[in-house]
Design a protein around this ligand. Structure first.
Ligand SMILES: C[S@@+](CC[C@H](N)C(=O)[O-])C[C@H]1O[C@@H](n2cnc3c(N)ncnc32)[C@H](O)[C@@H]1O
Length: 298
């Protein structure tokens, strides 16, 4: 648990990911760990949110823009860890409208028109993680690992014509061929249950929600190996979609510095309390921040 104030170790930015990243200095963070909103899954209730785009292409374009700005902000020897979920095509039904909201909207006039649908057959798995990985590869990110986060306690599904989903994808990218990676810091028990061996790319970690958050949060155990291996001991970890601040809690506990960006003021407040971060120092976006290093506003 974080009990001290981390005024000098952390910065929290309330606002849009792309806008706030653009205010950070080039090469100023050592490790980026994030999980963006999944497509069409949830309405976070804030204008400007990613995940409710009218088409898959718009969603991919928005995420790509954020992660290319993140590329600029990351140090040349840094790593970028991206957890992203997949979803299914809905035929002619809108893709990026949360199912509940759509079902409630009985008035046909209000239903989204053509163009919101995806040119993918109803029920077809989209492959979103790989689509975004290929887009980032094309623009210069070096894709180093595909890690499978295996959830032994997946959300039960009512679907009876396929197996239950119990994993998500985490990609690790770098900017350069040589980068900081502490392979010894994250060894795991081998088959004999005792000898420590190099960590493999399937991580079995139960999902776990942060008590105050009503949305999907990272389990802290998922973030620990990323911070320990991917961020140098005195480095800075950034999460541009930071929600309840799980990345920040782990980064600070592991002795790193932390920058969190979050659009939703309620989630930012959860994060501020979780990190025991003093109230007046949540920054609002100001393009001059990168130069002045001062909070733009309180
Ligand atoms: C999957 S959640 C992240 C949860 C986080 N990993 C945690 O452990 O709490 C995605 C977050 O992105 C935020 N978000 C959505 N659109 C955003 C945007 N344009 N800029 C910044 N944050 C955004 C949502 O409010 C939500 O908190």
């Amino acid at each position: 648990m974080i009990t001290e104030h981390h005024k000098d170790d952390a910065a929290l930015f309330l606002g849009d990911a792309l806008e706030n990243l653009s205010g950070l200095a080039t090469g100023s963070v050592d490790c980026i760990i994030t999980s963006p909103p999944y497509l069409g899954l949830r309405d976070y209730g804030v204008e400007g949110q990613i995940g409710l785009e009218e088409s898959l292409d718009d969603y991919l374009d928005n995420l790509t823009a954020v992660f290319m700005e993140a590329h600029r902000v990351l140090a040349d020897d840094g790593t970028f860890w991206l957890n992203i979920g997949d979803t299914y095509g809905r035929g002619s039904r809108p893709l990026a409208q949360p199912a509940q909201t759509f079902e409630k909207s009985r008035n046909k006039e209000k239903r989204p028109q053509d163009g919101r649908s995806l040119r993918l057959r109803n029920k077809s798995l989209i492959g979103i993680p790989w689509k975004i990985a290929f887009a980032l590869q094309d623009r210069g990110w070096l894709l180093r690992s595909e890690i499978i986060w295996h959830k032994p306690n997946p959300t039960p599904e009512a679907i009876k014509d396929r197996v239950t989903r119990s994993h998500e994808t985490i990609f690790m990218f770098s900017k350069q061929e040589r980068y900081h990676f502490d392979v010894d810091a994250i060894k795991e028990a081998g088959v004999d249950g005792e000898t420590l061996v190099r960590r493999k790319d399937v991580w079995t970690i139960p999902t776990r929600s942060y008590k105050e958050a009503h949305f999907a949060t990272f389990p802290e155990a998922l973030i620990e190996p990323m911070v320990r291996s991917g961020c140098k001991p005195d480095g800075v970890v950034l999460d541009p979609f930071s929600g309840s601040g799980t990345t920040g809690a782990v980064a600070l506990r592991e002795g790193r510095k932390y920058i969190g960006i979050e659009l939703n003021p309620e989630y930012m407040e959860i994060q501020r309390r979780r990190l025991d971060f003093p109230e007046p120092t949540i920054y609002l976006f100001d393009a001059s921040y990168g130069q002045s290093g001062q909070p733009a506003s309180t």
